[in-house]
Write a protein that binds this ligand. Structure first.
Ligand code: C2E
Ligand code: CA
Ligand code: CA
Length: 558
């Protein structure tokens, strides 16, 4: 327990003679809040009611319960053992006895000058407080900032006597381990110290306080900070003055602004941390504020993450199939399908992949989900092949993270074997953004998969990242034009031009284009006229459950 710095300390005077209580009380009440007890029993009652005493002045000879008994009870109690006790005594030999029983000092009756008594009380209190404070402060040896235990205790105490609105702020240095690995630990330490120094100074300006909560995460309790972006900038600038180039460091700051005091300080910082963690997937911002929406979103996401495994087991995930039609012949012809996942959540109902795929991409769980989809897709292609005597190839989505999986090819090979399929019957859609990630690795993987006979479709082409260079370096088999071109092609000239450009590129590369998101006849006719070969979209069909898709194949036959 840290004593509060904003009010008088409390002292308990225990003496059975009222005149003694009064004399002593008068000496102390200018500096302390004085509470009285008439005997040992009463003293113990007061101490158990109120844990906030800074000192007890204890007479030895009293009726009901004497001082020695109180002393021994206090010293064997875990909390009271930390209460300083001064014994009030007349007899010389009682001193030895009370020292043995655990007294910290004596004051002899009749009492000395008030200043002397006050000084002795003060000294003993200070001694005790310092020793317990050292326990708690355990400052972080590297940065000199407080450890979190002291930090939270400080906040609690501060708020008992101060109702200023304070922000709970979490600051995180991104990829700090990389800084350590690349530039060495000394450099890493220098950076941490610099950050700590700035935060300490900033928080002090508002009676705030800062602490280092883990290696590269800082907590700041602060008020009146208007622009956290500027705080981040000033830290990055200061780091630029160290040897590292400032562009290499990114900070994330999560702010729980004027944090609600009805929740514990720990919880308030947890919320700020949520806002901070949310920035992991957002490279456009370095500051995020905690609010109700974020809170709900985080709870929702946590639930999805928690439920994924169980939902795979209980088959709440289901694979749908959306047909792709070749349109350059006389009449549109079913050529293949895309496998798309659906989640029928037992409590939340139907959840769109747009809600959980980006989330699971962020934490790697998507890999497990993809495996499930691939398995299901391969299983159905196998079933239909047996049933109809020909195969309708199905394309599956391959996430960025799958590309780094050393077992990728092995997994796919096993799937083919298990379902008696050829690699030409399972297409792989890789989204365009994966192409900019790690080009070398990607080229290697794509080449190898193609050598094994897989057909590679570049998904969402045109959505942003890939350069034409990339396209000539990576062998692909199909371009899937980003849906937004199709959806806007008849609304604005630029989109139409871009559609034409994609088709030009495809001719240059000598690969077909799949146009996604085709919803109406006009789009369909236009694309056909422009020479687009394959179409996928609501115009033909929404993604369908396996049995309905099976009916569609059957219809196609007759
Ligand atoms: P995507 O791979 O670009 O898939 C096409 C999306 O467009 C699908 O959305 C599909 O239902 C939708 N769509 C198809 N035709 C139309 C149309 O005419 N109009 C409109 N407005 N939309 C159309 P869905 O199924 O919601 O999936 C969204 C995204 O989630 C997919 O985009 C893909 O990136 C991801 N996804 C879906 N299933 C999987 C999966 O099994 N694995 C991975 N890694 N990602 C998946
Ligand atoms: Ca796709
Ligand atoms: Ca797509």
């Amino acid at each position: 327990m840290i004593r509060n710095i904003y009010r008088k300390r409390k002292v308990l005077i225990v003496d059975d003679e009222s005149i003694n209580r009064e004399i002593l009380g008068n000496m102390l009440n200018s500096e302390y809040e004085v509470v009285y007890a008439e005997n040992g029993k009463q003293a113990l009652e007061k101490l158990s009611e109120d844990k906030d005493f800074s000192l007890m002045l204890l007479d030895l000879r009293m009726p009901v319960m004497g001082g020695l008994q109180v002393l021994s009870k206090c010293r064997s109690d875990s909390e009271l053992s930390k209460l300083p006790i001064i014994v009030l005594t007349q007899e010389k030999d009682a001193e030895v006895e009370s020292i043995r029983a655990g007294a910290d000092d004596f004051i002899k009756k009749p009492y000395d000058m008030p200043e002397v008594i006050l000084a002795r009380c003060e000294r003993i209190i200070e001694l005790y407080e310092k020793s317990t404070l050292i326990d708690l402060t355990q400052v972080d040896p590297l940065t000199g900032l407080y450890a979190s235990e002291f930090f939270f205790e400080y906040i609690r105490q501060y708020e008992q006597y101060n109702d200023k609105e304070m922000d709970a702020v979490v600051l995180d240095i991104e990829h700090f381990h990389l800084i350590n690995e690349i530039h060495g630990r000394d450099e890493g330490d220098r950076i941490l110290k610099k950050v700590a120094e700035i935060l300490e100074q900033k928080s002090k300006e508002s009676f705030g306080i800062a602490c280092r909560s883990s290696a590269d995460t800082f907590y700041i309790y602060i008020s009146g900070m208007e622009d956290y972006g500027m705080l981040a900038d000033s830290i990055i600038k200061a780091m630029g003055e160290l040897s590292l180039s400032p562009a290499k460091i990114r900070l994330r700051i999560g702010v729980n602004k004027k944090a609600d005091r009805s929740v514990s300080p720990e919880q308030r910082f947890d919320y700020a941390k949520l806002a901070c963690d949310g920035l992991r997937r957002d490279y456009t911002r370095q500051v995020a504020f905690y609010d109700k929406d974020l809170h709900d979103r985080q709870i929702y996401e946590t639930q999805l993450i928690h439920d994924m495994d169980g939902s795979i087991k209980s088959r709440d995930f289901e694979v749908y199939f959306q047909p792709k039609y070749g349109i350059q012949g006389e009449k549109p012809q079913l050529t293949s399908a895309e496998a798309l996942i659906r989640w029928r959540h037992p409590k939340l109902g139907m959840i769109s992949p747009g809600d959980f795929i980006p989330l699971f991409e962020g934490n790697g769980l998507v890999q497990k989900l993809d495996r499930f989809v691939w398995e299901e897709a391969a299983r159905y292609v196998g079933i239909w092949k047996k049933k109809f005597g020909f195969s309708v190839p199905v394309s599956v989505n391959v996430s960025r993270i799958d590309i780094y999986d050393p077992d990728l090819e092995d997994t796919l090979a096993k799937l083919l074997e298990k379902n008696d399929l050829k690699s030409s019957e399972l297409y792989l859609e890789i989204t365009e953004s994966a192409y900019s990630d790690n080009a070398v690795r990607l080229i290697e993987v794509v080449k190898s998969l193609r050598n094994k006979g897989f057909r590679i479709e570049m998904d969402d082409f045109g959505s942003g990242y890939s350069s034409l260079n990339m396209l000539t370096a990576i062998p692909i088999d199909v371009l899937k034009m980003d849906m937004k071109f199709v959806q806007n092609m008849l609304k604005d000239e630029k989109s139409l031009k871009l559609c034409e450009l994609v088709l030009d590129i495809s001719r240059f590369l000598d690969v077909p284009v799949v146009a996604e998101g085709v919803e109406d006849e006009a789009q369909y006719e236009k694309l056909k006229e422009m020479g687009c070969q394959i179409i996928q979209g609501y115009y033909f069909s929404k993604p369908l459950p396996a049995d309905e898709f099976e009916n569609l194949i059957r219809k196609e036959l007759y």
